[in-house]
Design a protein around this ligand. Structure first.
Ligand SMILES: [Cu+2]
Length: 266
């Protein structure tokens, strides 16, 4: 039975190693490959931390299994040795994790700054829309075609709900805000996540690499309808976005007079 427990503790770290080796190729860690440039860097940080955690877990579990195995195969009549701690070991296992944590925090600084610090945003980033979260939907406001997005609403601005169109291949900025409680703008495939905080307008930038439709969900429990706070980010060519906005403008300005005339004529 003693040997069983020793083998038991050898078994799990072995499972962990195999899982870590085959997981990336099977897509177990992430829902999709990173679809934005910063997504690639974020995945790199994830793998760095994963490697450190795996080495630590596997190392400690094998050490535990080894100690159990040694105890299980020991002569029964030899006396146990009682230890009252080791000063040297205490110092080592305090200093080593501290260095690892400092190393992790330093290695993510650049990526964090690039994503969060406004002065480090890409120069060419275009402010495409304002996204307002509210229970339980995403309201999109585009500036009137040919004008720039401002914090205040302007006549001619275009509105839509739960669908955001952005051009691919270039950095875009959205102004994120909330109308009621705290929400979080989260697009798993783009690796973008930012809280929407009442009273704040938070700029968020990302660059989508490929044409496609990506999920936009709320990642902050915001009320009973949180689960259905889903929307789409449609990434397409610049000309397709312009075409879409033109259509949106036409739809929004349609006052129904044509249809009314047609009806009265019949
Ligand atoms: Cu929400």
């Amino acid at each position: 039975m003693k040997k069983f427990w020793a083998l038991f503790f050898f078994f799990w770290p072995t499972v962990a190693i195999i899982t870590c080796l085959i997981a990336p190729s099977r897509g177990w860690w992430f829902p999709s490959p990173p679809m934005s440039r910063t997504g690639v860097q974020i995945d790199g940080l994830f793998y760095l931390i994963l490697i450190i955690v795996t080495i630590t877990f596997v190392g400690t579990q094998y050490a535990l299994g080894y100690a159990l195995w040694k105890g299980a195969t020991k002569e029964t009549d030899s006396k146990a040795v009682f230890s009252h701690g080791s000063h040297k070991l205490e110092i080592i296992w305090t200093i080593v994790p501290s260095f690892i944590l400092v190393f992790i925090s330093l290695s993510q600084l650049d990526v964090l700054a690039e994503i969060r610090v406004i002065s480090k945003f890409p120069d060419k980033a275009v402010r495409v829309a304002e996204v307002t979260a509210r229970q339980f939907e995403w309201r999109i406001r585009y500036p009137k075609p040919g004008t720039e997005l401002t914090t205040e609403e302007n006549p001619g601005d275009l509105y839509f709900v739960n669908e955001l169109h952005v051009p691919i291949g270039k950095p875009v900025i959205i102004n994120l805000r909330t109308q009621d409680v705290q929400h979080a703008f989260f697009s798993p495939q783009l690796r973008v996540k930012q809280d929407a905080v009442p009273g704040l307008v938070i700029p968020v930038w990302f660059d989508v690499q490929e044409v496609g439709t990506y999920d936009l969900v709320c990642a902050e429990l915001c009320g009973w309808g949180h689960y259905k706070m889903k929307a789409r980010i449609v990434a397409q060519s610049q000309s397709s976005v312009e075409k879409y906005l033109k259509q949106l403008e036409a739809d929004q300005n349609a006052d129904g007079t044509k249809a009314a005339t047609a009806d009265s004529e019949e």
